[in-house]
Design a protein around this ligand. Structure first.
Ligand code: JHZ
Length: 438
């Protein structure tokens, strides 16, 4: 960061007190081209092999306005690589983060279940690690949902998130937010102005960051000697076992297992202390990291399990590639059959993963005309690439479909509970892997 960009940081402490959005640099129009990364994000070696290729795809959250439907959309390569040296699974190409994250249409508050999950994470970890007067920093704080769950008035809160539109929402609910990408210089500046943090939280954001060394250095400087860095990331094991290929998109640069994550932390004087598994986003690990370089018994046990599961073997991903290719035929075939049988189908949810699934499988508006989504900012727009119109959830009653294709499959329990009336009148929920849910 240039000195010029660092200037406004002088006012950081005051603006934190006034819960304002803190913008450290002016938005630079993004360079619209992607670039290929040839070294591993975790160990920096160049032993990367391609294990799955989804072709050229549009950015999954680049929803299209009706007036822009005729215009050309950007597409970037989407290929998954395995590091044969440390077992890190990652994307081969990087789309400029300015393009993906400055204006963002995913809101943490869009799922009550997730909001409760993150709220619990914050309150439990604040109770365990943060003394009165302590600082809690959230990297990728989105709309402030998680931080605002903290009811204690004796701690200080700070969010850091590059999305300008969402930082404003967080600030309006009382969460001071630096509207920037987390980086080592920003972390160092926060430590200087506000002191070190007893708790740094990063949920579903580490995978979005290309330069993980920079993040770890920032955390090393910002984290109090007795503090904890709590990370949540979708876990590689269920990703492979359940073939969650639709979670491969340009935003997700890394697909974490404990082994490469622990090695990465060790390179920066940090270590994995505790690992917990949660059934969110198809299977998520919460990893507690602290200062010091050693391997906890907990981390060792996870490493053994990962080895037994073959997570760093190419053959594991060959099976995943087979299932992915099969889904590319089976899902459109099923939708075509339903259409021929005169059945009405509506998509449920416009998550990033829905964009990947529809584009990779080549499902256009002929096979699936519309989807619903509860996020007002997505309603009225169209899915990138395949152009399904996104409607408010009330469309379910207007259209009264025979089948609902559950694109937001990770929220199945919450959605099925909400749509019990639809199920009671004979409506069917179909997962993208063609399972009928009841
Ligand atoms: P959802 C997100 O991916 C965002 P996405 C992010 N890229 C990330 O890293 C991963 O999670 C892990 C809607 N919805 O959570 C709201 C309904 O319509 O699967 C959302 O648009 N009705 C940071 O985008 C979408 O579905 C409902 O009842 O794949 C869900 O998106 C509910 C519960 C949700 O995230």
């Amino acid at each position: 960061m240039s000195t010029e960009q660092a200037q406004p940081q002088r006012a950081l402490a005051e603006r934190m007190e006034r819960s304002q959005v803190i913008t450290l640099s002016e938005f630079q129009p993004a360079d619209p081209s992607s670039w290929e990364r040839t070294s591993c994000r975790a160990c920096l070696k160049t032993d990367l092999v391609e294990v799955l290729n989804l072709g050229e795809q549009p950015p999954s959250n680049a929803f299209v306005a009706t007036e822009d439907l005729g215009k050309q959309e950007s597409r970037f390569p989407l290929s998954l690589r395995l590091c044969e040296s440390c077992g890190m699974v990652q994307l081969g190409h990087v789309v400029p983060p300015e393009l993906l994250f400055r204006s963002y249409l995913f809101f943490t508050s869009s799922s009550k279940w997730m909001a409760d999950h993150f709220g619990k994470l914050m309150t439990e970890n604040a109770a365990e690690f943060v003394p009165p007067g302590g600082l809690i920093v959230e990297i990728g704080s989105n709309d402030g949902t998680a931080l605002s769950a903290i009811q204690r008035s004796d701690v200080r809160l700070l969010g850091i998130d590059p999305a300008r539109n969402i930082s404003v929402m967080a600030a309006s609910r009382g969460i001071p937010t630096i509207a920037e990408f987390f980086s080592e210089p920003i972390a160092a500046e926060v430590a200087k102005v506000a002191g070190q943090a007893h708790l740094i939280v990063a949920c579903n954001v580490l995978g979005h960051i290309n330069n993980l060394d920079d993040v770890c250095e920032g955390v090393r400087k910002l984290l109090h000697p007795q503090g904890a860095f709590v990370i949540e990331v979708p876990y590689l094991a269920p990703f492979v076992e359940r073939n969650e290929y639709d979670t491969i998109y340009h935003e997700h640069l890394s697909y974490f297992a404990v082994r490469p994550l622990a090695a990465l932390m060790n390179r920066h004087g940090l270590h994995v202390e505790r690992v917990q598994l949660f059934p969110v986003h198809g299977g998520t690990i919460r990893v507690t990291v602290k200062h010091g370089v050693w391997r906890s018994d907990d981390a060792q046990a996870w490493l053994k399990r990962e080895e037994a599961a073959g997570l760093s073997k190419q053959s594991t991903y060959a099976r995943m590639a087979e299932l992915t290719i099969r889904n590319k035929t089976e899902l459109p075939t099923k939708l075509a059959e339903l259409k021929r049988a005169g059945k009405k189908v509506l998509g449920y949810g416009a998550p990033a993963k829905g964009t990947v699934r529809l584009n990779y499988c080549g499902i256009g508006t002929d096979l699936l005309a519309e989807v619903t989504d509860s996020t007002p900012a997505k309603q009225g727009l169209h899915i990138p690439g395949t152009h399904q119109h996104i409607r408010a959830p009330s469309a379910l009653n207007d259209i009264n479909p025979d089948y609902v294709l559950l694109l937001a499959w990770n929220h199945a329990p919450e959605i099925l509970a909400r749509e019990s009336a639809f199920i009671a009148r004979g409506g069917k929920f179909l997962t993208p892997w063609l399972e009928e849910l009841k």
